[in-house]
Design a protein around this ligand. Structure first.
Ligand code: OSB
Ligand code: MG
Length: 379
């Protein structure tokens, strides 16, 4: 039984160690919404909303999510009671379109609350079957092919099992060629376009086949499943969809149309864990590999991704870099780490999300804070 009494919403600003450039914009600091959920017994847990500052990845931003959580979503859970974490998403989704990242922040927090109260690790509540996850790095667009090749070589030496590089028109073929030549034929490379191409670029994209990438992520616009299918029919490299897969029906469409062969599951993008698990299960039944993407989360959001990635059909390395890749200091203890073999350990010895939020650090970083409480409850 789950009954939330209070949600404290905070915005923190966390400076990235170095700017992260994708085809649609650059980030040098993350504005992150953190939620502290408290239930009627006074048990607390933290969750994170992964929406960015600008609507360049999806329509949501931290500010739209803040509004959606305060005005529409928090009132659906505060004071309500749920038998099962799976019941939370339908309650949030009824007659509220989109706002998946806002929904996910609450929904995933509810799973963590239940895990905490049951005294089990979040991974176990989700049905996870592994204790370690192979990790890939996501490298932003660099100044030149040679600087990208240096970054990729350093990542390979550090132990990463998969090297993903952001691409865009003008920073693609020659960049990937430099990396493939520097690292040799056996290293798992992939590229992520974040929708930077249009169907007229098809012949150009077909040139990427020569680099034996393990996949090409999201070349076209989010809504363009048909044109992704046309590209996949001509391209040897498997297409992986990220932005396009916002719910289970979209994953079914991808499979039916042949728009791709792999899905990057980000729980924030699909409205939380219930949807993520449903997409994971659908893909398992259809021979579609999945892996867990990242949104430059703080250590709080990362805990959720790590737990999800312990499910059996997450067979490809996730974008689960250790805290030190992003931040001078994370907001959780212990920080997320990766061993020399590129593996992240799932904290199976702790209940709930498996890391402790450093509240003093969060306080220092907080730029706004709002307390949401159900009718009748004290703020
Ligand atoms: O497309 O996967 C993406 C970060 C921000 C927005 C979109 C994406 C990304 C990443 C980062 O690739 C992966 C990570 O968290 O390391
Ligand atoms: Mg992506």
């Amino acid at each position: 039984m789950l009954q939330l009494e209070r949600i404290v919403l905070r915005e923190i600003r966390l400076p990235l160690k170095e700017p992260f450039r994708i085809s649609s914009g650059v980030m040098d600091e993350r504005r992150i919404a953190l939620l502290e959920l408290t239930d009627v017994d006074g048990v607390t847990t933290w969750s994170e909303c992964v929406a960015g500052e600008h609507p360049n990845y999806s329509a949501e931003t931290i500010d739209t999510a803040w509004h959606a959580i305060r005005e529409w979503l928090a009132p659906r859970v505060l004071g309500a009671s749920f038998e099962n974490a799976r019941d939370v998403f339908p309650a949030l989704d009824r007659n509220i379109r989109d706002h998946n990242m806002a929904k996910a922040a609450i929904e995933m927090g509810c799973w963590a609350m239940i895990a905490t109260k049951q005294g089990v690790p979040l991974s176990q509540l989700l049905g996870g079957t592994r204790d370690r996850i192979a990790t890939g790095i996501s490298i932003g667009i660099q100044q030149s092919p040679s600087s990208l090749a240096r970054r990729a070589a350093a990542a390979y030496d550090r132990g990463y099992r998969k090297i993903k590089m952001k691409i865009q028109p003008g920073a693609d073929v020659e960049y990937l060629r430099a990396v493939r030549e520097a690292l040799g034929p056996d290293v798992h490379l992939m590229a992520d376009a974040n929708s930077a191409y249009v169907p007229a670029d098809t012949d150009h994209l077909l040139e990427l086949d020569e680099f034996d990438l393990i996949m090409l992520e999201q070349p076209f616009q989010q809504d363009d499943l048909l044109r992704h299918a046309a590209l996949q029919r001509r391209m040897r490299t498997p297409i992986c969809l990220d932005e396009s897969i916002t719910d289970v029906a979209r994953a079914e469409d991808m499979i039916a149309l042949g728009s791709g062969r792999i899905i990057n599951i980000k729980p924030g993008r699909v409205g939380g864990f219930a949807q993520s698990i449903a997409i994971h299960d659908l893909c398992a039944r259809n021979g579609i590999a999945v892996w867990c993407g990242g949104m430059l989360e703080s250590g709080v959001g990362r805990a959720y991704n790590v737990a999800l990635a312990s499910l059996p059909n997450f067979t490809l390395p996730g974008d689960l870099s250790p805290s030190a890749r992003y931040w001078a200091r994370d907001v959780v203890t212990p920080e997320w780490t990766m061993d020399d073999d590129g593996m992240v350990r799932i904290p199976l010895d702790k209940a709930g999300i498996g890391v402790t939020v450093d509240v003093d650090r969060v306080d220092e970083l907080t730029v706004r804070r709002e307390v949401l409480a159900g009718a009748g409850a004290r703020a």
